[in-house]
Design a protein around this ligand. Structure first.
Ligand code: 3HC
Length: 686
């Protein structure tokens, strides 16, 4: 079904009905167009349009965007609605986004429920509004709000929309209120398209463009949306509409829109596999370790209304854990995310203790202690003894062997990895690591926790670093190689920022602490391929005590705790090491830096796929975007590789083999995709 129509007296009721969120596809557009004629033929005095279920309408059906546009087009349908002699009233019962908002804007009046939201988030899908959003919004709200709506994509709450002039009223029963509108009053409302466009305001355009340069560098759609508004100021409405539509159609086919669509649907597809058993209802969890990670996990669980027992080794640890979680709760209050009352409820649900028996009833424990196998095994032995035999035991390890931890417990089927990313209460990625013996029940519990915490869950197999850290290690190695052979950390960071990362690898390392990578390298010493080139600069940094921002010096210096500045000693280290290794340093362009770092990741990611550590290329995209800041608008690492074209990727990696055949050994998956002419997204094991 796409819409339903009923009549009561001279009022027609049209309900947008395409569950779950009334996305507007071709059948709905056709049905709406037919409804205009239907209303005119029945001589109705109004049509009230609302949405079935929780949404008014979530916008154009983005699943249609890969194909050619299908008639009737939404702007034409809305033109008919707006110019019909039977006035339409939008009774906005829930979210009205994109094309959904545009339907409402083309109606003569808009009455919203208090829980409604109205927005033009098209830029988040890499397009601009394509059915009048840029032209009608500015006529109702003025320039400033309209520019923010179309360029930033953030929806307005009903009260904000009322204040901005976007809607006429807020009513608990918007359909009933629309029915009560006085007929004469309704006939006096000027259709939106007939309203004058606002005056040009250079300041408003300069301000929004400046905001976009900071917030969404590299992204095309937000700037094009601003252009569409600006051009619309001096064009007749119809012409401005044609220009907006042409921009929408052009961008829809572009790389950025494809990438953002891919991410939109991949994110929504990330959920528990259908073949898992039902998960238990979680009301409490145990978290072991109240350091930064454990406290973040505990805070995330508390915020999801779980009771948390936070276990520590001694009273000092308990006090530290309590303080760490307390700081996060206080920050929630000071940032306005938590009321004082909600904060107190979180504090009340938290128990910090050394006594494992306090967690005896927890159906799930998450260990987030020091990255040391002996420490982990000791904790798992205690959990084994204290929790019920059915409880699920998870480790938040970033690198350690989940199977070895599991083997040290009475029942390895209860053990899995739940790998959070710092800060654990903010970062959306959750790697759910399946060990050799992990049971479906344990996995179902991991997914249930992920859902409660609103994480993006991605299933990973056991290997050093799982999906994300394994790929990230290769990225770091490639960065250090480029550094030793010619560039500076500053140049490398700048290149990766220009590519779309919020921060380059060296600034990230300074924030996490260089000791973390050092420990990982020491763990890998025994198994590292002796033929693989080893870049010793990071080790020398640690030996010099340059551990990162926490000590005021790492790859950069942070004088007075402030912003980063280049450190000549760091540059000298590269010169020295290159000299010892007999390397003639070279200058890399920004493009060369990006290519090397990104190709290194793609090659490793293809191996991760080949080994079944990741289930799909889309899962790797989710990991790289939600855990490591790969630009969403490039669609994640593997989608980006497919955009470059696998044949091109293979050709470039093969070319780099002449420099270092070990580091640039081509992944068999890439070779196989190139041979079969399939994308990484479509690759399946033979
Ligand atoms: N097109 C196609 N499918 C859509 C969709 C859309 N615009 N919006 C949501 N869906 C689908 C989701 O993929 C999901 O499908 P699934 O159940 O098969 O996984 C289902 O609807 C429910 O979506 P969510 O899981 O996201 O549900 P929530 O309740 O969490 O969120 C929402 C609802 C706020 C409406 C959110 O889905 C959303 O933000 N949607 C996209 C809104 C948007 O960007 N609209 C602009 C579209 S472009 C446009 O309109 C162009 C126009 O100007 C011509």
């Amino acid at each position: 079904m796409s819409i339903t129509k009923t009549v009561d007296g001279r009022t027609g009721f049209v309900t947008l009905d395409n569950p779950p969120v009334n996305a507007i596809g071709q059948p709905m557009r056709q049905a709406l167009l037919d409804a205009v004629t239907w209303a005119e033929q029945q001589d109705l005095d109004r049509v009230i349009v609302t949405g079935a279920g929780r949404a008014f309408a979530a916008g154009a059906d983005a699943r249609e965007f890969d194909g050619d546009p299908l008639e009737p087009h939404l702007p034409d349908v809305l033109d008919r609605i707006e110019k019909s002699f039977v006035p339409w009233i939008a009774a906005i019962n829930g979210v009205a986004l994109g094309g959904g908002a545009e339907i409402a804007l083309a109606c003569r009046m808009r009455i919203a429920s208090p829980k409604a939201q109205i927005g033009l988030p098209e830029v988040t899908l890499g397009v601009v509004p394509g059915a009048g959003g840029t032209q009608r919004a500015m006529r109702l709200t003025g320039l400033e709000t309209a520019l923010e709506m179309v360029a930033l994509g953030k929806p307005l709450r009903a009260d904000e929309a009322l204040k901005a002039g976007l809607i006429h009223a807020i009513e608990d029963d918007p359909v009933g209120a629309a029915d009560m509108v006085n007929t004469e009053e309704l006939s006096c409302v000027v259709p939106t398209w007939e309203l004058p466009a606002p005056e040009h305001d250079e300041g408003a355009f300069a301000a929004i463009r400046e905001t976009l340069a900071k917030r969404s560098p590299g992204q095309v759609a937000p700037l094009r949306a601003v252009d569409a508004v600006e051009k619309g100021l001096s064009l007749p409405f119809d012409e401005a509409m044609r220009l907006e539509r042409a921009t929408f159609l052009e961008l829809k086919q572009g790389d950025q829109a494809r990438a953002l669509r891919h991410m939109f649907f991949a994110e929504r597809a990330a959920k528990a596999p259908d073949d898992l058993p039902p998960a238990p209802t979680l009301t409490e969890v145990a978290v072991v370790g109240g350091g930064t990670m454990g406290a973040g996990i505990a805070y995330a669980c508390l915020s999801a209304r779980l009771a948390v027992t936070l276990l520590e080794t001694d009273e000092d640890g308990v006090a530290r854990a309590q303080a760490n979680v307390g700081k996060l709760i206080d920050a929630g209050v000071s940032r306005g995310r938590l009321t004082e009352e909600a904060a107190q409820a979180l504090r009340d649900r938290l128990t910090c203790t050394t006594d494992y028996s306090s967690a005896a009833n927890a159906p799930l424990a998450i260990e987030a202690a020091f990255e040391d196998m002996a420490v982990k095994k000791e904790i798992f032995a205690k959990l084994d003894a204290a929790l019920s035999p059915g409880a699920i035991l998870a480790t938040n390890t970033s690198y350690l062997d989940v199977d070895e931890i599991a083997a040290s417990t009475k029942d390895p089927s209860r053990v899995l990895g739940l790998h959070f990313f710092a800060p654990a209460h903010i970062m959306r990625l959750l790697e759910i690591v399946k060990g050799a013996k992990t049971s479906p029940e344990a996995l179902a519990t991991g997914y249930a926790l992920g859902k409660l915490l609103r994480k993006v869950p991605v299933l990973a197999g056991v290997c050093d670093g799982f999906i994300g850290n394994r790929i990230y290690s290769r990225y770091r190695e490639a960065a250090d190689t480029v550094f030793m052979d010619g560039s500076t950390p500053w140049e490398i960071d700048e290149a990766m920022e220009a590519f779309g990362y919020a921060m380059g690898p060296y600034e990230v390392a300074d924030l996490s602490g260089l000791d973390i990578g050092y420990a990982a390298r020491r763990r890998q010493d025994a198994t590292r391929d002796p033929n693989r080139r080893y870049i010793p600069i990071a080790d020398r940094m640690v030996e010099l005590g340059k551990l990162g921002k926490k000590v005021g010096a790492g790859w950069y210096r942070y004088p007075g705790g402030g912003g980063k500045v280049e450190d000549p000693i760091v540059a000298d280290l590269a010169l020295e090491e290159a000299h010892f290794a007999g390397i003639e340093r070279t200058e890399y362009s920004e493009d060369e830096i990006v290519e090397r770092l990104v190709l290194a990741m793609i090659n490793e990611a293809a191996d991760v796929l080949a080994e079944g550590i990741a289930q799909s290329a889309a899962d790797i995209d989710l990991v790289t975007v939600f855990g490591y800041g790969f630009p969403r608008w490039r669609g994640g690492l593997m989608h980006y590789a497919d955009t470059l074209g696998v044949a091109h990727v293979v050709e470039r990696i093969t070319a780099l083999q002449s420099e270092d055949p070990v580091a640039w050994k081509l992944s068999p998956v890439l070779a196989n995709c190139a041979e079969r002419n399939v994308t990484l997204a479509d690759w399946t094991p033979a």
